[in-house]
Design a binder for this molecule. Sequence first.
Ligand SMILES: [Mn+2]
Length: 390
Amino acid sequence: MAIKEELQKMSPTRRCSWTKHKAMMEDEGYFDSDTNENYRCLVKGYQKKMGTLPSVSSHADMVADSKLTAIKNEIGNLNSTKLSLQDQARKTRKLIREANKDALFIEEIADAIRDVEFIKPENPVVLPDWQSDEDNSMIVCLSDIHYGAHVDIPENYYDAKVAEFLLNKYADKIIAEIKKNHVTSVDIVTLGDIIEHAYMRNQNLYDSEETLSEQIVNVTRLIINFIQRIREHVELITYRAIAGNHDRLQGDKKSNLNADHAVNVSNYIIKMWIELAGSDIRFIDSDSYFTDIDVRGYRFAFVHGDRNNLSKKTTLAELGELHDKHYDAVIGGHVHHNQLLEVGENRYQVTFGSIKGIDDYSLQLNAKASRSQGFVLVNENGFDIRRVIL
Ligand SMILES: [Mn+2]
């Protein structure tokens, strides 16, 4: 009504221009509900009244969230491309480094071998004791030498010289048992941690005396002396060795190749010594972290003890299941103290002590224990697990 009156008041030219203007607005969709600001405000006002209009802040969040997601996706795409490139570059660098490191390491080992004088093997005939009908077999365990460690605390002193002295003392005690028990064959089993290894824990860095290569070569020289010392009293001798956690050449347990450990290198040196120097010791190949021996109908399994918990009563049964054998005993080291656990009828889980003895680390753990090693005497009537205090 008001519009009609207004139009009639207008001059004819003005009336014409207004009508044209209205027509233009219609063409541009001014009165369309989708693009009409007034109409939109009307709808919003209604939504607000009904309580269905999102609040200002949550509306802003909705917009920001979708943008953020998009940005995140974009950055994510960029990043993953960048990371895979970086990863590849890192892997390549690592390969080059490792190849050089391996070559260096082999050279270092060769140098260390040149510097060390190995004992000349002798293979004497050992006559049996005619006075006795008894004859026994023996398994001699050698565990946790931690060669290269330097311990200087009120409770213990340990270094390379002490290691040599203790290994000789252990050999002599074994020889006394060999004579007493008329032992005619000996299986020597090294149970791991032959070296301290400089790179494992920060503390070990300060407690180590020699380089890694020197540690491996020098402890191998002592092991060879130990074997030869016993060989002078028994003709039939085998040697085998498994690795411990300290023998791993890389600190990281997961990244480690299975055969990448000091015992592997040591075993090669011992095999070379047997072959090149002419010893009649029999070297027995075994897995890196497990070996077993059958002696006169009894079966013994050997682990270091870091991967198998010898205090857990089911470990012997589990190893038997895994290797499909009935084991009479499983023997390990690692914990640096002597323990004998009967887990079935005449079935045992055993840990022998260490050559190294108490150190700062065991004091921190409140795990003091004496130096000890051990052996098993076996004959047709049974077996006897014994420790040797050093
Ligand atoms: Mn150890």
